[in-house]
Design a protein. Structure first.
Length: 264
């Protein structure tokens, strides 16, 4: 699907079923995002769907890259209060750039990468079961040395800058407008060098979400939506719905995981 076709499809994606005064990314107070609440709600204990995602991502990266940092730079965009996407790149990158727009999330990330909390150990244990990750003997030290946090919008990412990348629960969770969702995915894909491997995860059929007492937006997407928009800038190698018997919250239909490489 070419870019113009993608834009047409994006405008046809159904809008939220409810009336909202705030629709676009810029309408929301991202600096007021409660990072501690979000992390406590999502990551204090390891879930089965996150385990499945990390295993697949780790397997994909070790199939496509040798476990050598060799001046590679990785990108994790919209990191939020989640370290496991950045962790997935540690065996393969000299530097891991975390690009996050919310000032509260930037503060949280800077605190965690210096020496992350112990509850992240069981997340690393999932990666450590894979051969490539066993070369990282001290993941805390590796994170401290490699990770660099910078406040940046996904819409402001420079093009063709990174050798691999992750984008987890970001593009569909920053707006109610389908065109902004498509634009965010394209910005991520274009930030990667040609042939760079990536992993991207999306909340399927999300109707929006609350962080503490604040409502944040989402675009309801399915596997076809994700594949169509990624295909504008990437070669999608694998895409699948990751389900769980214990949903994280109401108002979504599972997690979509896509892996592939950036187009030339």
């Amino acid at each position: 699907m070419n870019k113009s076709a993608a834009a047409v499809k994006a405008t046809r994606t159904s809008a939220p079923a409810f009336d909202v005064k705030r629709r676009y990314n810029a309408d929301f107070d991202w600096d007021g995002f409660n990072s501690d609440w979000y992390c406590a709600h999502n990551y204090l204990s390891l879930r089965d769907d996150d385990t499945a995602i990390m295993t697949r991502v780790g397997e994909f990266f070790q199939q496509h890259l040798k476990p050598s940092t060799a001046q590679r730079r990785g990108l994790d965009v919209g990191s939020g209060a989640n370290l496991y996407p950045a962790m997935s790149m540690l065996p393969f990158c000299e530097g891991v750039d975390l690009r996050e727009f919310s000032r509260s999330n930037v503060r949280w990330l800077n605190t965690q990468i210096d020496r992350y909390d112990t509850y992240w150990d069981e997340f690393w244990d999932v990666y450590r079961a894979l051969p490539a990750y066993q070369n990282v003997t001290n993941p805390r030290e590796a994170m401290r040395k490699a990770a660099k946090v910078e406040r940046m919008s996904i819409f402001g990412l420079p093009e063709r800058e990174w050798d691999m990348g992750t984008m987890f629960f970001v593009a569909e969770s920053l707006t109610y407008d389908p065109r902004e969702f498509w634009r965010a995915v394209e910005c991520f894909g274009r930030a990667l060098k040609p042939g760079a491997p990536f992993a991207a995860a999306f909340m399927a059929d999300s109707k929006g979400y609350k962080v503490d007492k604040t409502q944040f937006p989402a675009v309801a997407v399915d596997i076809t939506d994700v594949k169509d928009c990624l295909s504008v800038v990437c070669d999608v190698i694998d895409i699948d719905l990751v389900e769980t018997k214990k949903p994280l919250r109401r108002g979504y239909g599972g997690m979509i995981l896509a892996t592939g490489v950036a187009l030339s």
